[in-house]
Ligand binder design. Structure first.
Ligand SMILES: Nc1nc2c(c(=O)[nH]1)N[C@H]1C(S)=C(S)[C@@H](COP(=O)(O)OP(=O)(O)OC[C@H]3O[C@@H](n4cnc5c(=O)[nH]c(N)nc54)[C@H](O)[C@@H]3O)O[C@H]1N2
Ligand SMILES: Nc1nc2c(c(=O)[nH]1)N[C@H]1C(S)=C(S)[C@@H](COP(=O)(O)OP(=O)(O)OC[C@H]3O[C@@H](n4cnc5c(=O)[nH]c(N)nc54)[C@H](O)[C@@H]3O)O[C@H]1N2
Ligand SMILES: [Mo]
Length: 755
């Protein structure tokens, strides 16, 4: 295993200019929200105050590039609406903006601990729920807070069907036996694409992902362009003609939600060509014949009809993917579909049988490190006699604990509503804004959470969720005001590791999520002598321990700011994937399981199949008349991270309102003009957005923004959240058989003028 590598010529973490300005280097991670990448920032500071930021040319990956959210970080950090001190209000005043009282941190901790003790005594350890959001640094402390601080296994994400990353990870770990796969963009090599170990992919298949905007899960979007400049050709699969679609060699504008059929159609063509990698298939895969037989059910002509994609294109794309090396980028559209596991399975199978797994320029395998140990591993909570040890929903969806050691989000809602099979009466909510963003049926979550006994929220701004539900508010500081670690690719460590450096003086009486966890841990577990819990520095140092062959402390990492980490190719040949150290993959057969035994064990078809979108017009023809359009949602914007940044004026100027993209011909029929406010309505609810007439969507498809609220409106009206909270349009628990994937990206709807 290679060592963590530091660029010796990079500037130090801090330099002083002649006029007294200090320039810090750091990797930013929330805010501004970013998805586990860590833009390299140069932060100019005078007398503890932020003067300006620039991109850091010494960050070996971003090399000075910055996203608009980083560029607006001064506006964010110094925003007058930031929460500046802890507050409380009595439970009967939930939702009342005039009832907040400023309190000290000591009092806030006192209230939280008293409630924790009393609720735990009455309802058991798992009645303590810790809710967290998406992959920011704070998410790394989700399990820490639930298990280590509060001693509970109830670490919850509220997203229906666990529709973010987990379905893809299930496919990756069950079929390939690897924690995380990603495009090989030479991330671990100091010389990057010039390394002679790396090869430029011939084709990049980018599926349901827009990395230029999203930098998802640690994939730097710009690397797609870097590789295209070096000759890689792009195949883009997306119902919207976005920027990448227009630069693609092949663009497949599929009907939303039909991804599994298309993937199976391409797979079938690859197999029929006979030009896949027979040696690899023979030596390293299991169940090829069964897979090949299943794929024949998806001939290109049939798939063309299902997906509304020309059969010739399907055949052409299959021919490209036979060329080696080629690589795969799978996005959120794979997860946000009850057919999710099968989409991931079929796509991974294409790249497995073409010999593109873990080769230079192919699909790169990571290693499980840092953040996701807690998620995937054993709970640190001690068993207590008489308490159910099974996680919430694991009886209904036994596949879940095989990939994520968490309660099932949809079943948690039912549990909150009914108190069965257990009560959840305490909620600690950090880093998530569920009323605006994450779950299906946010109004139901609101009603259910409103009933529970105690709620504390930790955030940077007052959110609709906090305004509606919190009894105690904990103000959190920004990434420029605290120390931390930035990891990528769901901490599977494909090759980079950054330090987040406290560069400016704290604004207000705020703390970091880690400081809060340590403070609470000290008070709840005074007997604990573990070094890790001493302070932030020792916690972060102990967090770095699992980084293989890298005996580095946090202060040492901070000194260097950013390190690269070189993983080997073909790890399966070298015994680097399996616990027993033998060659092979981390699956029951030791091979890539094209016929997947894990799926059998959880009662699912071991082979990939296509499922008509369960709420679409074909499966539910009764919706076709009243809800004639097909809606997809949530395509990322440069100007926000989900519901974050809505109060940042500079970013609102660029994208001021929630927007629905409609084809001009459809808009004309509906009498909708550019910029008009419209309602989007599904059988489950309606919300208001602004029409953007654009031919990038087909005439029967609309694409909507999610995650909106209006910080400029009144807190006592919950910032008009129910006018705009998008997932009111989503039904509850329409998920795949194994419990994964909800149709966030495929619903029947109608659109009509609001005025
Ligand atoms: N319709 C539709 N809905 C979707 C999606 C979609 O595509 N379509 N996408 C879904 C996906 S993939 C996800 S992951 C979810 C995301 O859902 P959430 O995770 O709930 O998203 P955010 O709105 O980003 O909420 C994060 C909150 O954390 C706060 N915050 C930021 N940094 C910190 C920090 O360091 N500490 C703390 N304590 N708080 C912080 C922010 O101010 C914000 O209020 O949304 C889902 N919702
Ligand atoms: N700026 C910014 N960056 C973010 C986030 C953010 O809110 N803002 N959120 C972060 C989070 S939590 C996540 S999970 C990632 C997600 O990031 P991505 O994986 O890039 O996902 P999306 O942007 O939701 O959607 C990507 C593309 O899928 C297309 N699409 C829609 N429906 C379908 C379909 O049915 N099939 C196919 N094949 N494609 C479809 C959309 O048109 C869009 O272009 O982004 C992360 N990064
Ligand atoms: Mo996500």
């Amino acid at each position: 295993m290679a060592q963590l590598h530091f660029d010796e010529s990079a500037a130090p973490v801090q330099v002083s200019l002649e006029d007294g300005t200090k320039v810090f280097r750091t990797s930013a991670w929330a805010p501004p929200g970013c998805h586990g990448v860590g833009c390299g920032l140069k932060v100019f500071v005078k007398d503890g105050k932020l003067i300006k930021v620039e991109g850091d040319p010494d960050q070996p990956i971003t090399k000075g590039r910055l996203c608009p959210r980083c560029m607006a970080i001064k506006d964010y950090v110094e925003h007058p609406d930031r929460l500046k001190y802890p507050m409380k209000r009595a439970r009967e005043f939930r939702g009342r903006a005039d009832k907040w009282q400023r309190i000290s941190w000591d009092e806030a901790y006192g209230i939280i601990i008293e409630k924790w003790k009393s609720i735990r005594e009455r309802f058991g350890k798992n009645s303590i729920g810790v809710f967290a959001g998406t992959g920011r640094e704070a998410s790394r402390y989700h399990f820490t807070m639930a298990q280590d601080v509060f001693g509970s296994n109830t670490a919850i994400q509220s997203i229906s069907g666990w529709s973010c990353i987990i379905p893809r990870m299930a496919g990756m770990s069950w079929v390939i036996g690897a924690p995380y796969l990603e495009i090989d963009n030479a991330i671990g090599f100091p010389e990057r694409y010039d390394s002679d170990k790396w090869e430029c992919p011939k084709y990049i298949l980018n599926w349901g992902r827009d990395p230029l905007r999203s930098n998802p899960d640690g994939l730097w979007g710009h690397s797609l362009i870097d590789m295209m400049k070096r000759g890689a050709k792009l195949i883009n699969v997306d119902p919207r003609v976005n920027w990448l679609s227009t630069r693609a060699e092949y663009y497949l504008q599929l009907r939303p939600g039909t991804d599994a059929a298309l993937a199976l159609g391409i797979l079938n063509e690859v197999i029929q060509s006979g030009e896949y990698d027979k040696e690899f298939v023979e030596r390293w895969t299991y169940g090829f014949d069964e897979l090949a037989a299943r794929a024949t059910e998806y001939p290109a002509e049939r798939v063309a009809g299902i997906c509304e994609v020309d059969a010739k294109l399907i055949k052409a794309v299959a021919r490209c993917l036979i060329e080696r090396p080629s690589t795969l980028s799978m996005g959120l559209a794979v997860d946000q579909n009850p057919n999710s596991i099968q989409i991931a399975h079929a796509l991974l199978a294409i790249f497995a049988i073409t010999g593109n797994i873990d080769v230079p320029g192919g699909v790169f395998l990571g290693q499980p490190l840092l953040m996701f140990q807690a998620l995937q591993g054993e709970s640190s909570v001690e068993e207590e006699p008489g308490e159910p040890e099974i996680g919430i929903g694991h009886d209904v969806y036994p596949a879940l604990p095989a990939v994520a050691n968490t309660p099932h989000p949809d079943i948690v809602l039912e549990c909150l509503e009914t108190g069965r099979p257990q009560r959840i009466e305490f909620a600690y909510i950090l880093n998530t804004n569920p009323l605006a963003c994450m779950p299906a049926q946010p109004q139901r979550w609101y009603e259910a959470l409103r009933k529970i006994e105690f709620i504390a929220c930790a955030d940077i701004f007052m959110t609709p969720t906090m305004a509606a539900l919190a009894d105690v508010v904990l103000p959190v500081c920004t990434s420029l005001e605290r120390d931390g670690i930035v990891t990528n690719n769901q901490a599977s460590m494909h090759g980079q590791l950054g330090a987040m450096v406290n560069a400016i003086d704290r604004i207000g009486d705020t703390k970091s999520d880690l400081e809060i966890a340590i403070d609470l841990h000290k008070r709840i577990h005074p007997e604990c002598t573990e070094e890790k819990w001493r302070d932030v520095e020792s916690f972060l140092t102990s967090d770095l321990k699992p980084v293989r062959d890298c005996d580095i402390t946090f202060p040492e990492l901070k000194e260097r700011v950013f390190g690269q980490y070189e993983l080997e190719y073909k790890k399966y040949e070298k015994g680097l994937l399996r616990d027993d150290g033998q060659p092979g993959f981390r699956t029951p057969t030791g091979r890539i399981e094209l016929y997947c035994s894990m799926l059998v064990s959880v009662g699912e078809d071991p082979l990939p199949y296509y499922l008509e979108p369960p709420l679409g017009h074909i499966a539910r023809p009764e919706f076709a008349k009243d809800y004639p359009l097909t809606m997809t949602s949530g395509a990322r914007r440069f100007t926000s991270f989900h519901s974050e940044h809505r109060q940042i004026e500079r970013l609102r100027e660029i994208h001021p309102w929630p927007t629905v993209q409609i084809n001009p011909a459809t808009a004309e029929k509906l009498g909708i003009a550019q910029g008009a406010w419209v309602y989007i309505e599904t059988p489950w609810g309606k919300v208001k957005e602004v029409a953007d007439l654009t031919p990038i969507v087909k005439e029967d498809v609309v694409s909507c923004d999610h995650g909106w609220w209006y910080p400029e409106r009144k807190e006592e009206d919950l910032f008009d959240i129910w006018e705009t909270s998008f997932n009111q349009l989503m039904p509850h628990r329409v998920v795949g058989k194994t419990g994964f994937g909800a149709p966030y990206k495929c619903l029947p709807c109608k659109v009509y003028r609001a005025e």
